[in-house]
Design a binder for this molecule. Structure first.
Ligand code: ACO
Length: 331
């Protein structure tokens, strides 16, 4: 019996955008009781980009989308869905995808947001695969945009050193060769949601003077707990995705973990048993930019000429929810 070739989707263009303003660790030393040494040793972060007062998540995302479309040599008219992953939407509604739709003058194509914390970009790839392979869409514009500094409490040294702002986009279509998404694994555990959340401003705790006074409009995180779950689940997701692809750790050319903390990145590399030189990291330049971290890493690997055709990339993420996912991709 002839084995049917598995259909898959691939990236045909990519781009990213970070705001001009850079906040260094020495800038933070002047704002809270911290030090460059503490931040670098505990997180690996040296600097991060910060959106201006006028820039919302959709503004960064529109720019990233324009760059991805240009890279794919396509116009917005060639796209039939905009998918946007974020934890920092412009507004609760309309969706940030619709604000991006407006910015790109996208006619009447559908657009919606994915809320899956830092795992949102990988969830987006998995949703896109289903929509493209079942014939619903031909080309999808998937963007991960985040302005986490807008929900950061700049008086809380435990969280304000961690996050940055960025957006990154890819154009996806069906692959007609061996390249593209080979396997995926995605999970969630809602019982742990309160360990990393933005408590107020939704229907559970509507915004009020009191919520602002209590700082409930800022990101809240139990860092140590998140750390432990992240290491465990990212290891699980990477190994499971690799197994589903029928590949071994030796086949991996690059492991791209979500860039939350250099110690989580290194621990994930050790769990998957991939040598450090194959574990990609750029957290020193951007901090934790949530959904944008994996597509920026992909873009950098591509433009720095580090990827060759056939390379196996293992993407791995964990985020608020909790959510986690792994994807194996052949370049
Ligand atoms: N500067 C100096 N000291 C600090 C700072 C700081 N910025 N922050 C905390 N400390 C102190 C603490 O007060 C504590 O002091 P104490 O021992 O006197 O009480 C000490 O440093 C150790 O604090 P810990 O919280 O135990 O430090 P830890 O090594 O766990 O690092 C961190 C904290 C970096 C937050 C880590 O837990 C982490 O990275 N967690 C995961 C974060 C993450 O991955 N988030 C993911 C997703 S985000 C999203 O989805 C949007």
């Amino acid at each position: 019996m002839v084995k049917e070739k598995k259909r898959r989707i691939k990236i045909i263009g990519s781009g990213y955008y970070v705001p001009d303003k850079v906040l260094t660790n020495s800038d933070l030393e002047k704002m809270v009781d911290t030090s460059d040494e503490w931040i670098v040793t505990r997180t690996g972060i040296r600097e991060r980009h910060v959106a201006s007062d006028e820039q919302a998540t959709s503004d960064l995302s529109v720019e990233a989308c324009r760059r991805a479309l240009e890279d794919a040599k396509l116009d917005i008219g060639d796209i039939d869905l905009i998918l946007l992953a974020t934890a920092t939407p412009d507004t609760i509604f309309p969706s940030t995808a619709c604000w991006v739709h407006y910015g790109l003058k996208a006619g009447n194509i559908p657009a919606f947001d994915i809320s899956a914390g830092c795992t949102g970009f990988l969830y987006g790839l998995i949703i896109s695969e289903a929509l493209i392979l079942n014939g619903q869409c031909k080309r999808i514009l998937l963007v991960g945009g985040e302005t986490l500094t807008k929900i950061t409490n700049w008086k809380d040294r435990q969280t304000c050193v961690l996050f940055g702002d960025a957006a990154a986009a890819v154009v996806l279509k069906e692959s007609h060769d061996d390249s593209g998404m080979i396997s995926s694994y995605w999970k969630a555990d809602g019982s742990l949601g309160s360990l990393l959340s933005l408590p107020a401003g939704g229907s559970r705790i509507p915004a009020s003077m009191e919520t602002v006074e209590k700082g409930l409009h800022y990101l809240q995180m139990k860092g140590n707990d998140v750390f432990k779950h992240a290491v465990k689940r990212m290891g699980e997701a990477a190994i499971a995705a690799l197994k589903k692809a029928g590949l071994k750790k030796e086949d991996v050319d690059y492991l791209i973990p979500h860039q939350a903390n250099i110690r989580i990145i290194d621990a994930t590399g050790r769990r998957v048993n991939v040598p450090p030189e194959k574990v990609y990291s750029n957290i020193h330049k951007y901090g934790n930019v949530s959904v944008a971290s994996i597509p920026i890493a992909l873009y950098e690997l591509k433009t720095e000429g580090k990827l060759k055709k056939g390379d196996i990339i293992l993407m791995d993420a964990f985020g608020a929810g909790f959510t986690w996912a792994g994807i194996v991709y052949r370049w």
